[in-house]
Design a protein around this ligand. Structure first.
Ligand SMILES: Nc1ncnc2c1ncn2[C@@H]1O[C@H](COP(=O)(O)OP(=O)(O)O)[C@@H](O)[C@H]1O
Ligand SMILES: [Mg+2]
Length: 254
């Protein structure tokens, strides 16, 4: 079945790092259209680094990164801007512009891309704020919002230009349980109603199991698992088991 689906993001034999530091070493990964893929792994393993490479912010030293079959590795900034315009990036801490209102934050990309008229932009801002459950927040400043609300605004801003792909970096980290739940629900709604292709990076196993169609586990520069949440729960690799359940694993060794 998989062969019939369109690959939207592909890492092919990609080695990515910083100077002498190799973070991921000759890895392969595919995100198919409409799929929610989760990159799971502990802090510092290289999850954000992979997102940076997909956005063309850093270049792999071997292999290819393909977005819609285009290898973006040789691309210059101008072409990378075009590639990035198809992707919405929701950063760890929302990364909103503090001096702008919520409405201005959400419309920022639309104004920058000059794709449409001010009236249409207004309408779109209302639409996406409504989608994330923040209809009344348009005139507020980020400082007046809770962490969960800021995250919603970041999602609305990503959604506004109707992107092909959503990239999320630790979307629920640092949120209280209610906001954690709400943001997960919002991501599931994106998947269902927008048929969005999503690549989510997290160290949160439970969250990954709830959101993902497929999961990769990053461990010491390699993907040591690639498959469905069900397959993950049944996986017998000791490194995978140790990551999923460190407590049990630690006591089992004693
Ligand atoms: N700009 C950078 N320059 C040099 N090393 C970096 C840089 N960003 C991250 N690293 C290093 O790369 C490794 C992976 O980091 P990162 O991708 O941020 O991990 P994760 O997102 O999984 O927590 C870490 O060892 C980190 O210290
Ligand atoms: Mg990170």
């Amino acid at each position: 079945m998989k062969e019939n689906r369109e690959a939207i993001i592909q890492l092919i034999n990609a080695t990515i790092g910083y100077g002498d530091l190799t973070v991921v070493n000759h890895v392969d990964m595919v995100v198919y259209q409409g799929e929610t893929k989760v990159i799971l792994g502990p802090s510092g393993v290289g999850k954000s680094t992979i997102l940076k490479a997909i956005l063309g912010l850093i270049k792999p030293t071997t292999g290819e990164i393909r977005i819609h079959r285009e290898n973006i590795v040789p691309y210059q900034e101008r072409e990378l801007v075009r590639i990035r315009s198809q992707m919405a990036m929701v950063f760890q801490h929302g990364a909103l512009f503090d001096s702008m209102t919520v409405g201005e934050n959400v419309s920022y990309r639309l104004r920058e891309l000059e794709m449409t008229t001010p009236d249409k932009i207004d309408q779109r801002v209302d639409e996406v704020l409504n989608f994330v459950g923040l209809r009344g927040a348009r005139k507020l400043k980020p400082a007046q919002l809770s962490g969960g609300m800021r995250k919603r605004v970041a999602i609305a801003r990503g959604l506004a230009p109707d992107p092909e792909v959503f990239l999320f970096d630790e979307p629920t980290v640092g949120l209280d349980p209610i906001n954690h739940f709400n943001i997960e629900q919002l991501m599931l709604k994106l998947k269902k109603t927008q048929r969005a292709t999503m690549l989510i990076v997290t160290h949160d196993v439970e969250s990954a199991l709830r959101l993902a169609d497929s999961i990769v586990i990053l461990h010491e520069g390699q993907f040591i698992f690639d498959g469905t949440p069900t397959a993950l729960k049944e996986n017998q690799d000791m490194r995978v088991k140790a990551f999923l359940d460190p407590e049990k694993f630690a006591t089992a060794r004693e």
